[in-house]
Design a protein around this ligand. Structure first.
Ligand code: PGA
Length: 241
């Protein structure tokens, strides 16, 4: 795993956005894997700026988001579909029909998950996957457990994730307790991955990730066997400061 340590959040965001820009410029019809959460907001703002200036064109890009709460409607301002529309899709020239977020309202989630995986495969697989990392080491909503799932699936959220995400909600009880998430397989099949870690809240997990082995207790640790992963973190999230 390559590691880039940045001085601050803005530098991390720009670095990440530059990698996305290079990807799209070298393959205009590429498939991007996108993440939500507070960390990539700055990266998305940089991409919006670059798009406005004409430095990158998203018109042929297809995107697949990692996850979505369940159950939640796309109009709900806490949904990840809403987040993506607000933070990125409405600000760049991507064709909204080519953007995919798991369906948080699926009547048959198992079928919807299977179809989500099939659409990723049919599109040719993810060229560049953007990831955040949970304080417990989760990637997407693949939470620490005895086993990790290969495909997209419905999962329960851990206490730690519910607590961490409660900052976006009025109260902790409002945080959905389930989510639909891409599995480890779709993430690991991405040709290239960038994982962002910002701020002291991520120092402990980044330290464990860098110094420890591969374990399902830290789902992000599986990334260590992927051939093209770059971690972009801020200095205060990096152990050797
Ligand atoms: P955050 O979430 O970007 O809001 O810290 C990251 C994650 O949970 O994957």
């Amino acid at each position: 795993m390559k590691i880039i340590v940045c001085e601050n959040y803005d530098e991390m965001s720009l670095k990440g956005a530059e990698i996305v820009k290079e990807q799209v410029n070298s393959k205009p019809d590429c498939i991007l894997g996108l993440a939500t959460g507070s960390t990539p907001v700055g990266l998305y703002a940089c991409l919006s700026e670059m798009n406005k200036k004409g430095d990158v064109d998203f018109s042929k890009v297809t995107s697949f988001n990692l996850d979505e709460y369940y159950p939640i409607s796309p109009e709900n301002d806490q949904s990840y579909r809403y987040f993506m529309n607000e933070n990125l899709f409405s600000k760049i020239n991507i064709d909204i029909e080519k953007t995919h977020v798991p369906n948080g309202m699926a009547e048959d989630p198992e079928k919807a998950c299977k179809e989500y995986d099939e659409s990723i495969l049919a599109a040719g697989g993810i060229d560049l996957q953007i990831l955040g990392i949970g304080q417990n080491g989760h990637i997407a909503f693949n939470e620490p457990d005895d086993e990790l799932y290969e495909g997209t699936h419905l999962t329960g959220l851990t206490e730690s994730t519910i607590k961490a995400n409660s900052r976006f909600f009025e109260k902790e009880e409002d945080v959905p307790t389930k989510a639909v998430t891409m599995g480890i397989g779709s993430i690991m099949r991405a040709k290239k991955i960038i994982i962002l870690a910002n701020g002291p809240a991520k120092l402990d997990i980044v330290t464990k990730l860098i110094n420890g082995g591969i374990t399902t207790n830290i789902p992000a640790s599986i990334l260590k066997v992927h051939p093209d992963v770059t971690m972009i973190c801020t200095r205060d999230a990096y152990p050797e400061n």
